[in-house]
Design a protein around this ligand. Structure first.
Ligand SMILES: *Cc1c(COP(=O)(O)O)cnc(C)c1O
Length: 407
């Protein structure tokens, strides 16, 4: 093979041999630190996507890298056939952080969601007394919970769902944020409502104030579990440890992932109280890698970072600046913006350009971001960003839309 050196060299190779399940921006990352990434040609970019929130603490946070290095020198994998000395401390710390009794560790977000669905169904049969095979889970239109066959069975995104049937039964979808529709959908077989506190993939769609507290009340009243998928919204992104806490809501189950692995290893988890979690007994669920000591060591270090409140605080403190800068673009090439903490969905005027085109233009200005659907882009810089650095992101976007309007 000839030596690869330019971005294009690596892109061409990938195109030939890596499956085309993504359509990445034409930048090949060589190394990264904090909020900055550098490509193979030495160009530097501000990472305003943060691995869809998997890099909430930036690239290679020193405390997280140190925890991983220390653990690499001790043990990396034991399987759950044996105990390891990291799992207990990790679960204790995470449970305390999110206010639940127990943790079930997995690896990817989709696995955490699958696990929560299995726990909810089993709770339905064993605790609630739902008739065999009748358990139903209410989900929201526009949801994104991962890519497994069961999860895409209840997606309404044709790209994610088409040609993957036959689909898993037992789900019903209602409009996001519509309490009355949820109430109408609940029946004796309903075991859970699965909800993203904010729909990230949908373009940072924020439900009306009062929806989450209302859902909490409804679930309690009707003996239905509230499952909050905090995989993208949680762990500091919106200015609180969990996005549900922004409205003072406590779900029955939380799914966590992405940032839980500190951008180093895949770590996901379900958190729940003992009365729910204890429907899981030895042999009834598992994962070869879930709870491995390397993952647990990194996860524990992530929890310690979050315990200080510093990153949540920074996200909360910068929300106003972020919103103000983005709202100033509304009517000037931007149709609508939705901001919470350090998370923003920006709807570019579709007549002006697509979200993908906007991201390409942002990249030319040294800012990496990702489009979601159509003309919407998502901004989610690391929570370690400063106000001055955040200005780089919003100024770049202002320039992109201004230049596009000039034609
Ligand atoms: C990313 C994501 C998932 C899936 O996580 P993976 O690690 O990609 O499997 C699930 N739910 C939400 C809300 C997500 O953002």
């Amino acid at each position: 093979m000839t030596k690869l050196s330019t971005n294009q060299d690596f892109i061409d190779l990938e195109d030939q041999v890596a499956a085309h399940n993504y359509s990445p921006l034409p930048v090949v990352v060589d190394h990264a630190e904090g909020i900055w990434v550098t490509d193979v040609e030495g160009n530097r970019y501000l990472d305003a996507l943060s691995g869809y929130s998997a890099l909430n603490f930036g690239h290679r946070h020193p405390a997280l890298v140190q925890a991983a290095k220390d653990q690499l020198d001790r043990s990396t994998l034991t399987s759950r056939a044996f105990h390891n000395d990291q799992l207990g401390p990790f679960c204790a710390k995470l449970a305390g952080l999110v206010g639940k009794d127990m943790i079930l560790p997995m690896n990817t977000g989709a696995e955490a969601v699958e696990t929560a669905l299995k726990i909810a169904r089993k709770w339905g049969y064993l605790v609630k007394g739902v008739a065999p095979e009748q358990a139903e889970i209410i989900v929201m239109d526009g949801n994104f919970h991962g890519r497994t066959t069961t999860i895409i069975s209840f997606s309404d995104d044709p790209e994610a769902r088409d040609h993957y049937g036959p689909y898993t039964q037992g789900f019903v979808s209602v409009p996001y944020g519509d309490l009355a529709a949820i109430e109408a959908a609940i029946h004796d077989g309903t075991v859970a409502v699965l909800v993203e506190p904010i729909q990230g993939e949908q373009g940072v769609k924020i439900p009306k104030e009062g929806f989450l507290p209302g859902l909490r009340e409804l679930c309690t009243e009707r003996n239905v579990l509230m499952i909050a998928d905090e995989i993208q919204a949680g762990l500091g992104r919106v200015g609180t440890t969990l996005a549900c806490q922004y409205e003072g809501v406590e779900a029955d189950l939380y799914t966590l992932g992405k940032a839980l692995g500190g951008g180093i290893v895949p770590v996901s988890a379900v958190a729940a109280d003992a009365d729910v979690m204890n429907v899981i007994t030895p042999g009834t669920h598992g994962s070869t890698f879930g709870g491995n000591p390397l993952a647990a060591a990194v996860g524990l270090a992530v929890c310690e970072l979050l315990e200080s409140g510093e990153h949540q605080g920074n996200a909360a403190a910068l929300e106003g600046q972020f919103r103000e800068a983005l709202e100033a673009l509304v009517g000037r090439g931007v149709e609508e913006v939705r901001v919470r903490g350090l998370w923003a969905g920006v709807d570019i005027d579709p007549e002006l350009m697509s979200g993908k085109e906007a991201c390409k233009q942002l990249m030319k200005k040294g800012v990496l971001a990702k489009d979601t659907h159509g003309s919407t882009i998502r901004l989610a810089p690391p929570l370690t960003i400063t106000g001055e650095e955040l200005r780089i992101v919003t100024d770049a976007l202002a320039e992109v839309v201004t230049e596009a309007r000039r034609g």
